[in-house]
Design a protein around this ligand. Sequence first.
Ligand SMILES: Nc1nc2c(ncn2[C@@H]2O[C@H](COP(=O)(O)OP(=O)(O)O)[C@@H](O)[C@H]2O)c(=O)[nH]1
Ligand SMILES: [Mg+2]
Length: 199
Amino acid sequence: MRVKNATFIKSCTDVAASDGFYPQVCVAGRSNCGKSTLLNSLMGAKLCKTSSTPGRTRLINVFKVITDERDFYFVDLPGYGYSKAHRSESDEWNVRTDKYFKDGKSIAQVLCLMDIRRDPSDLDKVLINYLRDLQLPFTVVLTKSDKLSRAQIGNAVIKIAAALGLARDNLIVTSGQSGAGRDALLNRLNDILAVSETD
Ligand SMILES: Nc1nc2c(ncn2[C@@H]2O[C@H](COP(=O)(O)OP(=O)(O)O)[C@@H](O)[C@H]2O)c(=O)[nH]1
Ligand SMILES: [Mg+2]
């Protein structure tokens, strides 16, 4: 699947505002895990602000993506786990995204982004178990693979898959910086969206 055009649709504070956009591929992950960078790489345009200061994206951003195969929407959720000192913010994340996932009729796929260099955090595990409980389809997308050697990548994938209790083919290795894994992820999304169209 090749992206022909991607456009910013809107920013909203309430997930309900993304209603009516179908199908959605939503992107979740802790602050600073490389969400914005990967989305820009996938869309082939700098539509998301990237920042080295964690916790900047408080809004839900909706993008329309037109490809040579099919159209869909990316929904960029606010990052979680930015700071323990910001309890109320993480509670707010929970309440908002909880509502989004439970309403989830438009969700074709959840991409759970995690920095390949880090062990999954408790919040990462909570998210995965939660999506499993809700039976929402998800893929774990490991980011920043350019930071590791080939051998280190192999080891990290095994370790992270084990920590999350997932088979290795549920994980996909990417780098928003180098573009590694970009085509593989887009092709995977194409397959997933093709199946969800027939549901
Ligand atoms: N080396 C490398 N750095 C990255 C990559 N993706 C993001 N970063 C850096 O990680 C920081 C956070 O990136 P950003 O995309 O804003 O993360 P977000 O908070 O999850 O949206 C920034 O300093 C980026 O330059 C990547 O693929 N490789
Ligand atoms: Mg961001």
